[in-house]
Design a protein around this ligand. Structure first.
Ligand SMILES: *[C@@H]1O[C@H](CO)[C@@H](O)[C@H](O)[C@H]1NC(C)=O
Ligand SMILES: *[C@@H]1O[C@H](CO)[C@@H](O)[C@H](O)[C@H]1NC(C)=O
Ligand SMILES: *[C@@H]1O[C@H](CO)[C@@H](O)[C@H](O)[C@H]1NC(C)=O
Ligand SMILES: *[C@@H]1O[C@H](CO)[C@@H](O)[C@H](O)[C@H]1NC(C)=O
Length: 436
């Protein structure tokens, strides 16, 4: 899915408050903050949705990124429930979106000007505006409500300026080991291959006596990427219906990783109806909220990458975790090598727990190094710290961490039911876009 202007109104008003003020608990705890977190949070649930983006409504791009006299397009809060044309989000294409060239060098400065240009080049007779358009709060009332009730991260980046699987690999192992595309080395139920031999979060948790399950709706199951999971723990890959039983019975494991179906029913990937994605998130929230583990569970809503939809914040540099690089042929026919030394485009993260104060906007956390930033490895770093396990890679050791969002006061005002999706979207709008 895309568009996050639905955070406007109430939540954006909070966004001007520095994190240190917005979360008064954060600085007081010092070295004891992890003890506080460990006393409150026993289980972490991650739902990994597809493509999304934080969007600035004032933001514009030119049809030709390098020609300011070409047609100018500006974002509007009028994106469709179903987006018909999937924007470019391969590594060369994302380089172009960020730098207006397929071949950025170390000294290139990003201008985030190439989104409309890429969309126009790929879909000649299409709708370049679709790469910029955003949603209003009324379009996505469930996400809007969750962002207002809990914590919204507004400076969190994808790990890789590229597609789904490399980002999911970073989210589950702190590297993609030099893989930059959704190639056949990623195992799934329609492409069963032996799987990578590096250590994943699933193996790390098992080796430390922690419980986990990877719930799945369709044939993409990120745990299947790993040879160890395939051969040593296949029974911990379980159908999604079990998530709701486990939540109701208080049997959610210490780590739950939830794979939605991709790419037409729930994940948010075009052409998923976003009302479906909201229905999934509402169902998961309500299952946890009304189950016995609510008070000790942290629910994280992640989006694997920006999906080619525009943003205005230039992604920062990051350390390469293992020295491996990826070479691809760009649309101009020339090769480009990516060093996994900068992050992908911003994606939101919503963190949900009764220990998080209302309407928290998180722009900054704890930086292990001066340049640390929030990205998918931050979630791994949270798990590594929470369960006192070693870092999987240099990247997870580097990633900015968010333990400060867990306070000391238990909220009892968190909604038991969320609003319903779709109501404000209007039947004409939806029917008009079912023709994909
Ligand atoms: C944008 O304009 C430049 C300069 O005229 C031209 O070289 C380039 O081919 C144009 N880009 C596209 C994608 O048409
Ligand atoms: C670019 O920066 C990376 C480190 O981020 C370095 O390894 C590489 O040698 C640099 N390339 C050039 C051409 O300076
Ligand atoms: C991982 O190791 C297994 C067993 O040695 C092997 O069959 C498999 O091909 C390896 N996977 C990769 C991706 O190299
Ligand atoms: C360009 O990259 C492709 C992989 O995308 C590779 O097969 C090919 O050898 C590379 N060509 C050159 C000249 O490096």
């Amino acid at each position: 899915m895309k568009g996050f202007t639905f955070i406007s109104a109430a939540v954006l008003a909070v966004a001007t408050v520095p994190f240190s003020q917005a979360a008064p608990n954060y600085h007081g705890h010092g070295g004891n903050q992890w003890d506080n977190v460990r006393s409150k949070i026993k289980n972490v649930v991650v739902v990994m949705l597809e493509i999304d983006n934080l969007r600035n409504i004032q933001y514009c791009n030119y049809e030709n990124a390098t020609i300011t006299s070409s047609t100018k397009y500006c974002a509007n809060p009028k994106a469709n429930n179903i987006v018909k044309q999937d924007p470019d989000h391969g590594i060369p294409g994302v380089s172009y979106q960020i730098y207006s060239t397929f071949h950025p060098t170390n000294s290139s400065k990003g201008n985030m000007g190439g989104f409309v240009d890429r969309q126009a080049r790929i879909y000649g007779n299409g709708d370049p505006q679709a790469a910029l358009d955003a949603y209003s709060p009324e379009h996505l009332p469930v996400f809007n409500q969750l962002a207002q009730e809990f914590a919204l991260f507004d400076r969190y980046f994808a790990s890789v300026p590229g597609p789904t699987n490399p980002n999911r690999a970073y989210h589950t192992s702190g590297t993609s080991a030099g893989v930059g595309s959704n190639d056949n080395t990623f195992s799934d139920f329609t492409n069963l291959v032996p799987g990578y031999n590096r250590t994943s979060i699933f193996e790390l948790l098992s080796k430390h006596g922690k419980t986990w399950k990877n719930y799945y709706e369709g044939y993409y199951v990120d745990g299947l990427f790993y040879n160890w999971v395939q051969t040593k723990a296949p029974e911990q890959l379980v159908p999604a219906s079990q998530f709701y039983l486990d939540a109701a019975e208080g049997k959610l494991p210490q780590f739950s990783y939830y794979n939605p179906e991709c790419c037409i029913l729930t994940s948010g990937h075009p052409p998923t109806p976003l009302t479906n994605t909201e229905t999934l998130v509402k169902s998961m929230y309500e299952a946890i909220r009304n189950g016995p583990q609510w008070e000790e569970t942290l629910l994280l809503i992640n989006f694997d990458e920006h999906g080619g939809f525009a943003d205005h914040v230039v992604p920062p540099p990051a350390p390469n975790p293992d020295g491996l690089t990826y070479t691809a042929t760009a649309p101009d026919g020339k090769n480009f090598t990516f060093g996994f030394d900068r992050l992908g485009v911003r994606v939101p993260m919503i963190a949900i727990s009764p220990w998080i104060e209302r309407s928290l906007v998180v722009s900054e956390g704890t930086k292990p190094e001066a340049g640390s930033a929030f990205e998918h490895s931050s979630v791994l770093s949270f798990l590594e710290n929470l369960f006192e396990m070693p870092h999987l890679t240099k990247r997870t050791a580097w990633a900015e961490t968010f333990e400060g969002i867990i306070g000391t006061k238990l909220r009892n005002d968190a909604p038991k039911k969320l609003v319903r999706p779709v109501s404000a979207w209007g039947p004409t709008h939806i029917v008009g876009n079912l023709n994909v």
